[in-house]
Design a protein around this ligand. Structure first.
Ligand code: PLP
Length: 426
């Protein structure tokens, strides 16, 4: 089912240089399905790049982009503002809790991380404390701009360059399965406390509410709430990266809502525009922004991009919020996600499967080896469900528009793929 591109001038920089040829070529996507160049249709089990939360080809999102294209494509964000960006920023303030009212719009999750770190470190400078140490998960992922890449300790983010500020990374003390217990939460919070106390006062703790690219690791109940308390005790800023989890992915609008907490800074991308156009945001509390009034920083954060808060992308962002509300996509994520997880958990009886975990429409099937994960993932794709496997984990994150029938089809095809792989392995 793969179509080869024998010669290509396109360098897909994430893909190993030796594996660029022979890739799948996707030519069309509609609803919750995608079609390759050989006319095979697949149920989309990964939402494009984990961002097509409203499905593909949604008429209301296309219409919002079309209308904005005809009215105003974009204008210089340094000297002017426009309605789509103003509206989006105020709508984000309305759906985010507490004093999270101040939003910078950027183009990608990595840029949102970059902006969040600059704001956090500059904030400490603004108030006369030179804090610059950042604490994070070793298995976290926050992007690939220089600052963002430094945070992660995942093997595929290893960089040749050193970090411009001290970073302490907390390694997971147990398997994802063992972590989802009360003892797991205790151990994990003790490690973060240790990291905070082990050096000079920490500027920020930056984590994802669920470690997405680090293996879809569901954090133990109560962990984030306790992390919030820990940060408060030390006056450390809590930055939550909602790039993967935000906009309904985990069955709540934001991942942190499961724990009823309010971060100081939140980053968003992916679902914010349903993947229709590049768009990301970093929102900070009003007291943080209020410190940016002194010279020389009062002249501006000195961070931003030509296309930041692009009018067409922002118009789509506003339409995404309408579609999510009208089609009850957060609720659907919770309902279909629970169904998927309940049924796929039965695969834990397979000799190849060591753990099935998830939250909302993020499900991970952990296999006993990377080879088993590849066998299951490839069998699923051959049967017509697009899934991704990495380092022993098969990731399933369909659009939030998935129907009950499509959920049933996905469960059946993935279960069959596990059987096929187990039979071949036996
Ligand atoms: C949690 C998280 N943060 C940041 C990023 C980086 O986003 P982008 O690829 O848009 O730069 C990603 C991308 O997958 C992510 O999952």
């Amino acid at each position: 089912m793969t179509s080869s591109t024998s010669t290509s001038s396109l360098w897909r920089a994430w893909t190993p240089i030796t594996q660029q040829a022979g890739s799948l070529r996707i030519v069309e996507a509609r609803g919750n399905r995608v079609r390759d160049a050989e006319d095979n249709w697949y149920l989309d089990g990964v939402s494009g790049v984990l961002n097509a939360s409203c499905g593909h080809g949604h008429p209301r999102l296309i219409e919002a982009a079309n209308q904005q294209l005809q009215k105003l494509v974009h204008y210089d964000p340094m000297v002017s503002s426009h309605d789509p960006a103003e509206t989006l920023a105020s709508r984000l303030a309305a759906i985010l809790p507490g004093e999270l009212n101040e939003t910078c719009l950027v183009n990608s999750g990595s840029e949102a991380t970059e902006a969040a770190l600059r704001i956090a470190l500059q904030y400490w400078h603004n108030i006369g404390e030179g804090r610059n140490r950042v604490i994070t998960f070793e298995a976290g992922y926050h992007g690939t701009t220089h600052l963002a890449q430094q945070l992660s300790g995942l093997p595929f983010t290893v960089s040749e360059w050193s970090a411009p500020f001290p970073i302490d990374r907390v390694a997971l003390p147990a398997s994802p399965r063992a972590l989802r217990t009360e003892e797991g939460a205790d151990t994990l919070i003790a490690l973060f406390a240790q990291a905070i106390e082990a050096g000079p006062p920490a500027a920020a703790v930056m984590v994802e509410p669920l470690l997405g690219l680090g293996g879809c690791v569901v954090l133990p109940n109560g962990f984030l709430a306790r992390l919030r308390q820990l940060c408060d005790q030390h006056g450390t800023l809590l930055i939550l990266d909602e790039v993967f989890c935000g906009f309904g992915r985990t069955g709540r609008m934001f991942g942190f809502e499961h724990e009823g907490i309010t971060p100081d800074i939140v980053t968003m991308s992916k679902g914010i525009s349903g993947g229709y156009l590049p768009l990301a945001a970093v929102t900070v509390t009003s007291p943080i922004k209020a410190t940016f009034t002194r010279e020389p920083i009062a002249r501006g954060l000195r961070y931003g991009h030509t296309t930041g808060g692009h009018a067409v992308a922002s118009a789509v962002g506003n339409a995404v919020l309408d579609v999510m509300a009208d089609e009850k996509l957060v609720e659907n994520s919770a309902t279909q996600g629970a169904l998927l997880l309940d049924e796929l958990r039965k695969l834990e009886s397979s000799p190849l499967v060591t753990d099935v975990r998830g939250l909302g429409l993020v499900i991970a099937i952990e296999a006993d080896s990377p080879e088993s994960a590849a066998a299951i993932g490839n069998a699923a794709v051959r049967s017509g469900v697009m899934v991704r496997h990495e380092r022993g984990v098969i990731r399933i994150a369909p659009p939030l528009t998935i129907t009950a029938d499509e959920t049933t089809e996905m469960i059946q095809k993935i279960s069959d793929a596990v059987d096929v792989a187990a039979t071949a392995h036996a």
